[in-house]
Design a protein around this ligand. Structure first.
Ligand code: GUN
Ligand code: FE
Length: 434
């Protein structure tokens, strides 16, 4: 068990307000066993219910226990190319991304990157992510093998891509179907691992390949489907040339039956009202990737428009490395705050922390398993240090309440604010210990 101040959410503050959804306990105990949370509440209330000899790790008053962070959109093969200079999306793919992803034909290389990637996840308190592999199935095997050793709840998939990329990075409709099917059979539901059917984005697939993705999903309806949607205006124009006769970009995916619950669409910056409505009606989710959108100059996602009460769309947070620039959820939330400001909206810290935990769990239809601290939930937890740098320590002296304190973290914090990360009830990262 662990003890310290704790924060969690019982519902969606975008719909129900923070007062009714944010739970803050200044001195809580979270107890877990067998990978699940068994007790959560004020220390004075929980302690008498625990066996007298149970070890309790106490984190001081400057700590904060939260559900682990969730990343709904990230490319592990791009870890070696974060901060590649000077291009926007389509040129960036050709100039940096494809040459890097080519190296993942080598499984040993893929395994070495998977180790760095997962270690960075843990160092940043990310306990679940939805991950793109490369076109090579062995790159996905390497990631799943590493995640399995850690007992992580993680979704991933082999990129399907049969045109508009270098020839040695292309699959075919048939081989992409067969390879994805074999990976589903091997990995989906093994421990906490989950498969995501992964057509890269419409420009690199024929409609025939997108149809094959939809058919594969019909056969395995509880896996995920992840792709990119309406990230840049040039991309949208290209899609309208490649797929004439469609109502829009989303319609290309919908035509192949790819708009359903557990569909995670990256970016979605330039959606029309009709497309947002369709996302709502089909239960599809958006992965908001603000550091990436700034880095590639793609645009500013309008979070509050997507969350509109008339037809709210499920929105999760994504780092989108390596177009995204940081594994840090704080830096990602800082960028989400800035993106919202450009649309005249101030993202409160409470809403932001919801987004990073339960909100993204909900976008992935996982909110009954991860994303909040409650009895029966999986024991994926992060312990934050609220005074992780001299200037944050100084600034915190003037914090008036938990909302202030959280906002300081999301604007000023980084990986140094992550003190410990628990996966499945086991401490897998301790700051300064590795
Ligand atoms: N669109 C298609 N592929 C990619 C990718 O790897 N990163 C981003 N940001 N957008 C994409
Ligand atoms: Fe992406």
């Amino acid at each position: 068990a662990i003890r310290g101040p704790a924060l969690t959410f019982t519902g969606d503050p975008f719909q129900a307000g923070l007062e009714d959804t944010l739970v803050y306990e200044s001195d809580a105990i979270v107890a877990f066993g067998g990978g699940l949370i068994t007790h959560f509440g004020p220390a004075g209330h929980v302690q008498p219910q625990l066996p007298a000899d149970l070890a309790i790790t106490s984190y001081g008053p400057d700590a904060l226990i939260s559900a682990g962070f969730i990343d709904s959109h990230v490319h592990f093969p791009q870890t070696p190319m974060i901060a590649a200079f000077g291009e926007q999306l389509l040129d960036w793919l050709n100039r940096y991304t494809f040459p890097t992803e080519r190296k993942f034909a080598d499984k040993a290389f893929a395994a070495s990157v998977a180790d760095v990637f997962l270690r960075e996840n843990l160092r940043n308190g990310i306990t679940t992510s939805c991950v793109y592999g490369t076109v090579f199935p062995q790159s996905v095997d390497a990631l799943f093998e590493a995640a399995e050793r850690l007992g992580m709840r993680l979704a991933a998939g082999k990129v399907m891509m049969n045109r508009n990329a270098p020839p040695d990075l292309l699959d075919t409709t048939q081989s992409s179907y067969d390879d994805s099917l074999a990976l589903i059979r091997k990995w989906h539901g093994r421990g906490r691992l989950m498969y995501a059917i992964t057509p890269r984005f419409a420009p690199t697939s024929t409609q025939e390949q997108l149809d094959a993705a939809g058919q594969l999903w019909d056969a395995f309806p509880d896996v995920y489907m992840q792709t990119h949607l309406s990230e840049t205006t040039r991309e949208i124009e290209w899609v309208s040339e490649l797929f004439p006769g469609h109502a829009g970009y989303l319609d290309v995916y919908d035509h192949s039956k790819l708009c359903r619950p557990r569909a995670v669409f990256g970016h979605c910056i330039h959606l029309t009202d009709d497309e947002l409505h369709a996302m709502h009606c089909t239960g599809s989710a958006i992965a908001h990737c603000p550091t990436s959108n700034f880095f590639l100059g793609s645009g500013c996602f309008d979070l509050y428009r997507a969350m509109d009460h008339g037809r709210p769309v499920r929105v999760g947070l994504g780092t989108d490395l390596g177009a995204g620039t940081s594994f840090s959820i704080f830096e990602t939330l800082n960028a989400a705050y800035t993106a919202a400001q450009t649309h005249g909206q101030a993202l409160t810290a409470g809403h932001a922390f919801y987004l990073a935990t339960r909100g993204t769990a909900r976008a992935m239809y996982l909110e009954d398993k991860v994303g909040s601290i409650a009895t029966g939930m999986e024991a994926d937890l992060v312990v934050l240090d609220m005074k992780s740098t001299p200037i944050i320590d100084y600034r915190m002296k003037f914090a008036e309440d938990i909302h202030d304190a959280l906002f300081i973290q999301m604007i000023m914090g980084d990986d140094r604010a992550v003190q410990a990360t628990f996966i499945n009830g086991i401490c897998q990262h301790r700051r300064n210990a590795n």
